[in-house]
Design a protein around this ligand. Structure first.
Ligand SMILES: Cc1cc2nc3c(=O)[nH]c(=O)nc-3n(C[C@H](O)[C@H](O)[C@H](O)COP(=O)(O)OP(=O)(O)OC[C@H]3O[C@@H](n4cnc5c(N)ncnc54)[C@H](O)[C@@H]3O)c2cc1C
Length: 466
């Protein structure tokens, strides 16, 4: 488990790139932590310190932490905070000079998520194409060994509002549909972006998700006259390659309105061209520079439903199934007052990840992951890295609260434009340092055998007792 992740790190050092978005960021983590070192907090002896039998003492204050979103960002923050509060270096620390905290802090972390479990989002193109992978991709929180801790509890529900002044959140419970008030000392917002199907499944429970994935696979298998995927962004190209590999008999067509695939990504042309040629070699038909302007349902001869698509050049495409992979992402921040958000709904943050809008109690409000207003391509690696840093900084603030000292925050830099794509059996990556690379070996390095699921799982140590 550990060596696998370490391999990711070492690979970074050797110039490999782990995943589309992720492990370049982890290299970043390593370099930043190495550079700044870990800031331990020095506590003067006072009545806030309770004696204990070992060298790590326990402060008498306790803190409640509410984490919104139990995915890469939220879980990383929660787990790193548990490590620190128990007087350990965080599981994400790779700085040999870092020193463990000198004091334990009693904390109670509540994670609230709409879903009943951790879903490996980046594996969606494969999870929605393969039953086996679907089953692995979603694990209920209660079934994850690494989340079983007396300091950590989960609520399945949706946060509907937050009161910065009172430090309270309203949560609509998924089971009872009743609203409850959850008080907190620290809030970590990590609820990501809303994405439509089939970019991500819409189910909120594991069993429903497996059904949703099965129905999707049936539609794909049954489709007469092939499948058309609309949208040649990162999700569309991965989905097209995955479906062609898993269902080689099926005709798979990818239609993209621009003359270049991945046209909205800040990446060079040769990266997009390499993706294009791999898709064509895999057997995907790629149509560029034409929009789908009409989609009409038709009855086929055997009574099943099909579709007639009209492209902007007047061309007609007959197909049995249409998948829209046009990523219209919307921040899930509707539960937050607008002072905390930018015009698009992303949370305004300082480089420390503390809320930077004009709100009450900003030092008790933190944000991680896709929901933050942050430069660079959104990635799960970035979200986990932010989770780690938010935890370090919140821990600093807690210690300062106990001692009257001043927190020493660590800061994050903008993410570089890097990407790695899983295209069936091969991967393509771009980093500013190495340019464009591709290959089956690269696929193993970046994604392993399961679209990075094991790598993320092991990195967060979800399989180990907490
Ligand atoms: C198809 C696809 C492929 C991708 N591939 C890669 C890749 O290869 N590499 C990479 O690094 N990144 C990839 N990404 C991007 C990556 O998935 C995101 O950057 C990452 O998921 C962000 O993590 P997060 O924790 O910020 O948010 P999310 O993973 O989006 O999680 C947010 C969580 O918050 C919950 N939530 C939302 N609203 C509420 C609410 N009101 N109350 C309670 N809970 C709520 C959700 O249920 C969810 O569990 C991909 C994305 C997609 C869609």
């Amino acid at each position: 488990m550990f060596p696998l992740f370490l391999f990711g790190y070492i690979a970074q050092f050797l110039g490999f790139f782990f995943s589309r978005f992720s492990f370049f960021i982890l290299l970043f983590a390593f370099l930043l932590v190495s550079f700044f070192g870990y800031c331990s907090c020095h506590i003067s002896p006072s009545q806030v310190i309770m004696p204990s039998n070992d060298f790590v003492r326990t402060v008498s204050r306790s803190f409640r932490v509410l984490v919104i979103g139990g995915s890469y960002g939220g879980l990383s923050a929660a787990l790193a905070l548990i490590d620190l509060s128990q007087g350990r270096l965080t599981r994400f620390n790779y700085n040999a000079d870092a020193e463990a905290p000198t004091h334990r802090i009693p904390i109670q972390i509540t994670v609230v998520d709409k879903r009943d479990g951790y879903y490996h989002l980046i594996g969606s193109p494969k999870a929605l194409a393969s039953e086996k992978f679907a089953s692995e991709a979603w694990t209920r929180f209660q079934d994850i060994p690494g989340l079983r801790s007396p300091n950590l509890s989960f609520i399945q529900g949706s946060v509907s509002s937050v009161d910065f002044n009172a430090k309270e959140a309203q949560i609509v419970d998924a089971e009872t549909k009743n609203s409850r008030t959850e008080p907190y000392d620290y809030l970590i917002a990590g609820s990501g972006l809303r994405r439509s199907f089939p970019t991500v499944p819409q189910s909120l429970r594991r069993e429903e998700f497996l059904k949703e994935a099965r129905e999707h696979m049936t539609d794909v298998k049954k489709a007469q006259d092939g499948i058309v995927i609309i949208g040649g962004g990162a999700v569309g190209v991965e989905m097209a390659a995955e479906l062609k590999i898993l269902y080689p008999e099926q005709k798979v067509t990818l239609v993209h309105s621009r003359k270049r695939l991945l046209s909205s990504e800040p990446l060079p042309d040769d990266f997009a061209e390499r993706v294009d040629s791999i898709l064509r070699d895999t057997g995907v038909e790629v149509i560029l520079g034409h929009r789908v302007i009409d989609t009409t349902a038709v009855e086929t001869k055997n009574g099943t439903r099909g579709w007639n698509l009209t492209l902007s050049d007047g061309r007609q495409l007959k197909t049995g199934h249409v998948l829209k992979a046009i990523s219209q992402t919307v921040p899930t921040s509707t539960y937050l007052p607008k002072e905390a958000l930018n015009e698009e709904g992303y949370i305004k943050v300082h480089r420390s990840l503390q809320f930077s809008g004009a709100i009450p109690n900003p030092e008790h409000h933190w944000a991680v992951g896709d929901l933050t207003e942050w430069e660079g391509i959104k990635r799960c690696g970035g979200a986990m890295h932010m989770g780690h840093y938010a935890a370090l900084n919140i821990h600093q603030h807690m210690m300062a609260e106990c001692t009257g000292g001043k927190p020493d925050y660590q800061t994050l830099q903008p993410f570089p434009a890097v990407m790695g794509l899983a295209l069936g059996k091969t991967a393509v990556s771009y980093t500013p340092g190495e340019g464009t690379r591709e290959g089956e070996d690269l696929m193993k390095t970046l994604f392993g055998k399961d679209m990075g699921h094991t790598i993320c799982w092991n990195y967060m140590r979800l399989g180990e007792a907490c």
